[in-house]
Structure formats: C-alpha cells, structure tokens
Unconditional design. Structure first.
Ligand SMILES: NC(=O)N[C@@H](CC(=O)O)C(=O)O
Ligand SMILES: [Zn+2]
Ligand SMILES: [Zn+2]
Length: 467
C-alpha cells in the first residue's frame, strides 16, 4: 500500500496563539507545518518544500486541532434513511471534525460489545473521521437494567462514554450504580437531563409563549432538578458526570455550584441553544423542534456567559438527522432534533468569537481539546506541533456566506440555518495526515477510504516497531 503524500502548510496562524478575546486574528505570527505519514513532523518559519509535497497556501487561515464532537447521532444501525456512519462522518469532516462520539440510540441500541464494535468498524472503513461509539447506560435504553457496560469498555471499541441520550436515566439507583461502575475505568456518564414525569407530552419550552401557542410546555425545572440530583450522586460516588445539551440559566447555576464544590462534572451546550430562541416556534416550522427545547433570550445570554466563564466546558452539536417526512408535518407529530455538524463552527464564530466571549485558543479548547479529554479520546493531538498526530482543521474566518442545502453533506436536511448568512468556512480538514476536505470541498469516498487504509496500515507498522 502506498503511503499518503506529505503536506506542507504555508503561513498558517495557530488558534492556540490567539489567546486574547476580541483580538484580530492577524495578531498571531504565521508558521509552516509539515505533515508526513499520520504526524506533524515539522513546525517552523520558511520550511523548504520537498519534491512530492502537496503545498497548501494557508495565508489568512487559522489552524485548530481537529474538532471533536462528543454528541453526534449517526443513526446506523437501524435508521439508515436518516444517516449512516459514512454520511454522518462526511458531514463531520465538512464541519472540520476529525473525531465524533456516536450516540447509542440506534436499532439495535449500542448496548453490547458487538454493536459498538460494528459502529467503530464502519467508521474506520469510511475514513472521514474517528468514530468512538457511546454505550447505552441501560439495556435497550429502557431505563430498567444496566447494560453490559464492562463488556463494552473492554471490547475493541474501548467505550468510555455511556449515555441513554434521547432518554433520561431517571431511576436514581440505576444512575448511582452506573456512576460507580464507570468510575472503575475512569469512564463517564453523559446524562440527558429530562424528568419524564414533568415533560409528558411536552412540545416546547414552558412559559407564556407555550400558553399563547397552545402547546404543552417543557419546564426548565425538568432539566434542572435532574442535574441537581445527579450532581449529588456524582459527589457521593466520586465518579465523573457529564451533562448533555444544557439549555437553561438555572442549569448553569446548578453546574456552577457543583464545580465550586469540586464535583467532577462537565457540561456541554449545543450551537443552537447559543443562538436560537423559542420565538421561532411561532412559525410552527418543525425544524425548530428540538430536545431540550429552544429557550428564552435570557437563557441564551446565560449560556454564552457560562461558556465565557468556563462553567460550560464544551460545545457539542447533538447532530440529530431526521427524514423530511418526520419534519414536514404538524408540530405535535414532528420528531425532535436538528442537524448541526456542518454549521457548528460558523455558529460558534457568530455567537462566541465575534461577540468577544472567547478567544480562538478558548474555542480550540471548547471544540477540540476538552471534548477529547472528557471522552478519553486516544491519538488526538494536544497541540499543533512536531511529533503530534496530524488531526487538524484550517478555518477561513473572513467573510460570510449563505448557508444552503449544498452545505449539508449528510442524508438529512433538517437544519434551522438554511438561508441564514453565517461567518467562516472550513477550508481544509486533515485526519491522520490526509485530506478529508480540500479547498472547501469534501474529498471523494474512495480516495478517503484508501487514504484511511494507508494511514491505518502505517499505524500498524509503527506499533509493531515500538513493541
Ligand atoms: N436532540 C433531539 O432533539 N433529538 C435527539 C435525541 C436527544 O439528543 O435527546 C435524537 O436522537 O433525535
Ligand atoms: Zn438528549
Ligand atoms: Zn442527542
């Protein structure tokens, strides 16, 4: 098998050097990076090209370690009309992601070693991104009996993150046992915090607007009370707890309190909860129907501030593809969820960078470094430096463009951003030393699969030599 070509990136600015909020991206000194095999092998100024180098002129671009999504729904096995591992990882690569954690609400559910190994293998074969399966906490997501957590952790997929996402682990005893179990191998429980009794039949955020529209409400307390309970269980067990898609100002206060107490808790926010509000539900357009629901303007403000304060650790997409027929119907009958991989970075630029809430260096932490740490992702670069794995993304921060159907690379098109003017563009995505996005275009399926095999084979050789 022939090795992947070397890449020389010329004149790129590193996000890690842009540590000031609100600073012009031009304030960092451009450097060159040479990628060879699956590594960054050189970093410096004025590196000389070698004859077979692919040269990327990166003037004006900003480099981040590859984005990592801790919360993606890839839908395979079982819902391949909505998304597959291949289509979902194409969307991921287009969005600048080099690794994604795949949620467990597939059919069959990812609750056995066999299913998680299958999902991981599909990701390896496609080559667009590293796929790390998330294991279900309870069998069949039924909330009644713990799944084979140990078997999934010890399987080839080495699962570290467990979640019943889509459903809440509501039984406090099961939650306690799950926390105790994952603690033995430093795993983490990612909770979808939604009290099912307080949200029966809920269709949108509960408040004046839900009364006005005549839709059943999803009260903030249904999220906040579960987070508060789980914080106490995490403290009691000494285990790691992660909160999925935080959506209310009250949840922020609970997490802030928990962190001040030293509880091992981390929290994520989605791009859509950082920009959209419940007012959009007035349209009865089901593209805006999502779980947890879009909240109030005050919540959006509190979530942005919580990101700036470090109370919220990461941005995760909750990419939730659904077919048209599940969205082009009455509000009550429509499915919850929106796609988000391709739009995540533009929304983060609009809501966090351009508003001066975070620096580029902090954005790299939010979208790459912290999610990798929380998920226990092996082989992820900790910096863009010689010797590090070559998972990186080059972003063009200048200008805006209209987000449209051609920007969506997955099988489903339930994006709330279609027709919106968004900043930033993913110019190049490099995974394990090969291009998955080249000059703004996704690299084709066969080329990526072959490059993935070459990188995998080379890694096999490296491991044998080291052993
Ligand atoms: N976010 C959603 O509205 N839907 C998710 C489930 C989930 O993340 O809770 C889905 O699987 O469709
Ligand atoms: Zn969820
Ligand atoms: Zn989800």
């Amino acid at each position: 098998m022939t090795a992947n070509p070397s890449i020389l990136i010329r004149g790129v600015r590193l996000a890690s050097e842009l540590t000031e909020r609100g600073a012009d991206s031009a304030s960092a000194t451009p450097v060159d990076l040479r990628v060879s095999g699956d590594r960054i092998v050189e970093r410096g100024v004025g590196l000389t090209a070698q004859s077979d180098d692919r040269i990327i002129d990166a003037a004006g671009l900003i480099a981040l370690t590859g984005l990592v999504d801790l919360h993606t729904h890839l839908r395979e096995p079982g819902f391949e009309q909505s998304e597959t591992v291949l289509s979902g990882t194409r969307a991921a690569a287009a969005g600048g992601f080099t690794s994604v954690f795949a949620m467990a609400n597939t059919l069959p559910v990812q609750d056995t070693a066999g299913v998680v190994e299958q999902v991981q293998a599909l990701g390896d074969a496609a080559g667009y991104a590293t796929v790390r399966p998330i294991g279900a906490v309870t069998e069949d997501l039924a909330g009644e009996k713990l799944s084979e957590i140990g078997a999934m952790a010890q399987s080839r997929a080495q699962v570290r993150v467990f979640s019943d996402d889509g459903k809440c682990v509501h039984d406090p005893l099961l939650m306690r046992r799950a926390l105790e179990y994952v603690k033995t191998f430093n795993g983490v429980i990612a909770q979808h915090a939604q009290d099912p009794r307080l949200t029966e039949g809920a269709q949108m955020n509960e408040g004046a607007l839900s009364s006005e529209l005549g839709l059943k409400g999803w009260p903030a307390v249904a999220e906040e009370s579960i987070i508060a309970r789980d914080v106490l269980l995490a403290e009691h067990t000494g285990a790691r707890l992660h909160i999925c898609h935080l959506s209310t100002a009250g949840s922020v206060e609970v997490v802030r309190w928990a962190k001040a107490r030293g509880v091992q808790i981390t929290a994520e926010v989605t791009p859509h909860h950082l920009i959209l509000t419940e007012e959009l539900v007035r349209s009865y357009d089901a593209r805006y129907k999502v779980n947890p629901p879009l909240r109030r303007e005050e919540d959006v403000r509190a979530l942005r501030q919580a990101v700036a304060d470090g109370v919220i650790d990461i941005i995760a997409t909750d990419h939730a593809p659904h077919p048209l027929e599940a969205k082009e119907c009455e509000w009550d009958a429509a499915a919850f969820g929106m796609v988000g991989l391709e739009s995540a970075l533009p929304i983060a630029l609009a809501t966090l960078i351009q508003e001066g809430h975070v620096s580029w260096a902090e954005l790299e932490t939010l979208l790459s470094q912290r999610p990798a740490q929380i998920g226990g992702l092996a082989g992820h670069p900790t910096a863009l430096d010689a010797g590090q794995p070559a998972d990186l993304v080059l972003v063009d921060p200048s200008g805006t463009s209209t987000f449209d159907l051609s920007d969506l690379k997955g099988l489903s098109v339930n994006s709330p951003y279609l027709g919106m003017e968004l900043p930033g563009r993913i110019a190049f995505t490099i995974r394990r030393g090969y291009l998955t996005v080249d000059a703004g275009e996704l690299v084709d399926v066969d080329t990526v699969a072959a490059a993935g095999r070459a990188a995998g084979a080379q890694q096999g050789v490296a491991t044998e030599v080291a052993a």
